[in-house]
Write a protein that binds this ligand. Structure first.
Ligand code: ASP
Length: 311
């Protein structure tokens, strides 16, 4: 039983909620490796994907997830929509709501926009990333990837490195990994640490060698240049030298440490391209694979609630 109407963030989820999603996603990960991948779990339901910000992986995987479960999936091209003509987010939401969707998947550049929208519609809303606030399905797919490769999701040391301040991925992961009782370290330049970081219950350092010491998981983040309005780093070359992940810096972590990145990657800026492609260390492709499974699970659980509401 999943007690939530929407999936807006990890902050609202309990340990049990997280495990419920991951356990169901594990089944879908198996299904996705079969030749026949189609089920009727969402048959008859309408899923609308509204992306107000660019996306490759997230949009594609929500679409594949819905289709594999039999939903009617529609992608709204928000650049081409009435938003460009000045319609507000709420007007767009109400218009779509009148078409009776069952699932709305929303990405928006403003923190809190997805929650606002969820208050105006009758269907289940999934946050596909809002500003620098949360990206819950990313944290869930990261968690599933970690659990599969480490055999557990607790008592691990996880270094989250790079542009923490602008990253909804980092925020959602901090909530999730903290709830599952892991040791979380934030590593990056002081200019890219969020304000109030000392209150987050995590360790913080600007030294990569110290931050990676003994880590089981090294999670790299993209430099979010589109959210920077000034000089946060000296230069990309200098950034790579101090905070870019390469073999030498990774040698501070445990010998069996895995390397993660949510994508899209800036190769040669936050991560060495060869290391990112090294299947003995990098689980970046598995993260993408688990993304589909986690999104299938989340949509199934939310629609079970819808069906209960209307029963
Ligand atoms: N794809 C992730 C996000 O949408 C990470 C990134 O863009 O750097 O937040």
């Amino acid at each position: 039983m999943f007690p939530h109407r929407h999936l807006l963030g990890i902050e609202q989820l309990s340990q049990t909620d997280i495990i419920t999603i991951l356990d169901l996603a594990e089944k879908y990960a198996d299904l996705n490796r079969q030749q026949h991948k189609h089920l009727d779990v969402l048959s008859g339901l309408t899923q609308i994907n509204m992306f107000f910000e660019n996306s490759t992986r997230t949009q594609a995987s929500f679409e594949i997830a819905g289709k594999r479960l039999g939903a009617d999936v529609m992608n709204m091209a928000m650049q081409a929509s009435s938003i460009k003509k000045g319609e507000t987010l709420i007007d767009t939401a109400l218009t779509l709501n009148a078409m009776h969707p069952d699932l709305l998947v929303v990405r928006h550049p403003h923190s809190g926009a997805v929650q606002l929208l969820s208050e105006k519609v009758n269907c289940a809303v999934l946050n596909a990333g809002d500003g620098r606030h949360e990206h819950p399905t990313q944290a869930l797919l990261d968690a599933l990837t970690i659990r599969r490769s480490k055999g557990r999701l607790h008592r691990l040391t996880i270094a989250i490195c790079g542009d923490i301040a602008h990253s909804r991925v980092a925020r959602s992961n901090m909530f999730l990994l903290g709830k599952m009782e892991n040791r979380v370290r934030l590593v990056g330049p002081k200019t890219l640490m969020p304000s109030g970081v000392d209150k987050l219950g995590v360790e913080v350092t600007d030294d990569m060698a110290a931050g990676l010491e003994g880590a089981d998981v090294v999670m790299m983040l993209r430099l979010q240049k589109e959210r920077m309005d000034g000089g946060f780093i000296p230069s990309e070359r200098e950034y790579y030298h101090r905070w870019g992940l390469d073999e030498a810096k990774l040698s501070n972590a445990r010998p069996d440490a895995i390397v993660m990145h949510p994508g899209p990657m800036n190769r040669g800026v936050e991560i060495d391209g060869t290391l990112a492609d090294d299947i003995n260390r990098s689980v970046i492709q598995e993260q993408v694979e688990m993304g589909v499974a986690v999104r299938m699970a989340a949509m199934e659980l939310l629609t079970q609630n819808l069906r209960r509401d209307t029963a």
